[in-house]
Write a protein that binds this ligand. Structure first.
Ligand code: FAD
Length: 397
């Protein structure tokens, strides 16, 4: 028999970086005085995308909303140690600002230039570099086959993802948010409203608002409310390697074919999207690393782009799951038109860590004020999904 255990103003399904960001921004909103519950299946966060991510932030997108969200992310991260401190203890985010470097061959130059124009219009500090400028600024780079590059001058970089997640969570808890271990089985819906959130163990929490922040688990939860979310899990592998090469000024470099690398402490991490990604549903328990991808694609590309990488040594590797929006590789954020009080924050397709502060704040403001306030996320909403109108991101890594 199911019973209603309690009533909350907001119940958030999934308590990793996105769910915890929503919880933190709600609890710290000066005009919100409600009760918030976060239900998280695995408080160790071992397998979630957040803790398996490459934890990097860039402003070099082609979609204005993505640029704005990441710029909001940078603005937050620059002050987050102060805002997320609890009893004087800061979360230790290790945010290191170091620009991305997108490289283009002749075929990709026009896209790079078009993206650059959008980024500049949004106020991103980015510079287009000629091949001569690339060679002068990054002498460790092989440039013969390149036509140009785009370099982030400020605001891009990387951080400790685990520390950001726990920073949001600890601060939210200190402000009264309740975290409960459990698996959400369903959003219970009556007409255009979710009335309660039901857990797999039978517990039931009545709610004024529900938020779906369940990452790759979000699709099943959406279905429980009768909504088809076009989000599927896709495997991504990250390779951690050491090299004797010195790469001064190296940020996160994206090769024309999509192979990327960046410094990680005294070593590097890198990876690439697998070639057969679109139709490759991944088993939720499959975290096996694709070593052939490293041997056949990543390493040869690294060695060609940075001659010093020929002598690299693989230290470790891991796999994680992207929550990919099959429609257009962009997040789906906000309410579905059929259900007023169920908010979605899903399908981040590889850029959810950097978008978590912006999306968390925007959804908190939606709950308090009933609409978008500081960041208008209409373009990332459900309507484009319902209409089948993709908002294609050209700069997916
Ligand atoms: C290898 C890799 C590299 C990445 N690199 C970057 C990067 O450089 N920059 C960037 O911005 N992003 C990156 N990402 C993407 C980023 O990590 C994700 O977009 C982001 O972490 C999504 O956060 P989330 O909280 O929505 O989801 P998740 O971190 O997946 O968390 C979802 C949570 O919901 C819980 N959950 C699921 N189902 C239920 C349920 N039914 N009931 C209760 N709880 C449930 C899970 O246990 C989990 O804790 C990367 C991802 C991967 C895998």
């Amino acid at each position: 028999m199911t019973q209603t255990n309690s009533t909350y103003d907001v119940v958030i399904a999934g308590g990793a970086v996105v769910g915890s960001a929503v919880a933190y921004f709600l609890a710290s909103h000066p005009r919100f005085a409600g009760r918030v519950l976060v239900v998280e299946r695995d408080p160790s966060y071992r397998d979630c995308a957040t803790t398996r991510s490459a934890a990097s932030i860039r402003h070099q997108f082609s979609t204005p909303e993505n640029i704005r969200l990441s710029m909001a992310g940078t603005a937050f991260l620059r002050q987050a140690e102060q805002w997320l401190a609890v009893d004087g203890v800061a979360p230790g985010l290790s945010f290191r600002e170091q620009g991305y470097l997108f490289l283009a061959g002749p075929a990709g130059l026009a896209t790079l230039q078009a993206n650059h124009a959008v980024q500049r219009a949004e106020g991103a500090e980015v510079a287009l570099l000629t091949v001569d400028e690339l060679a002068a600024r990054f002498p460790w780079l092989h440039t013969d086959d390149l036509a140009g590059g785009s370099h982030g001058l400020a605001g891009e970089g990387w951080l400790d993802a685990h520390a950001l997640l726990h920073g949001f969570k600890r601060r939210a808890q200190s402000l009264g948010v309740v975290y409960r271990q459990g698996t959400v089985a369903a959003f219970e819906r009556e007409g255009a409203r979710v009335t309660a959130v039901r857990l797999a163990d039978g517990e039931r929490f009545a709610c004024g608002w529900a938020v779906n922040a369940a990452g790759t688990g979000a699709t099943a939860l959406a279905a429980s409310a009768g909504i088809q979310l076009p989000v599927r899990a896709r495997k991504r592998c990250v390779f951690h390697f050491r090299s004797p090469a010195e790469l001064p000024g190296c940020g996160l470099v994206v090769d024309p074919g999509g192979v990327w690398f960046r410094p990680e402490g005294h070593a590097f991490i890198g990876g690439v999207a697998p070639p057969d990604d679109q139709d490759n549903d991944v088993d939720p328990a499959d975290f096996d690393v694709d070593h052939a991808l490293f041997d056949e694609v990543v390493w040869p590309t690294l060695a060609q782009r940075v001659p010093g990488f020929e002598a690299l040594r693989l230290l470790s590797s891991w796999a994680g799951h992207y929550d990919v929006n099959l429609l257009d590789a962009n997040a789906i954020v906000g309410p579905h038109p059929a259900v007023d009080n169920l908010l979605f924050a899903n399908g981040f397709s590889g850029h959810g860590l950097q978008q978590s502060p912006g999306v968390g704040r925007a959804l908190a403001e939606w709950i308090v004020d009933g609409g978008w306030q500081r960041i208008d996320l209409t373009a990332l909403g459900w309507q484009r999904v319902i209409d089948g109108r993709p908002l294609r991101e050209q700069a997916v890594v």
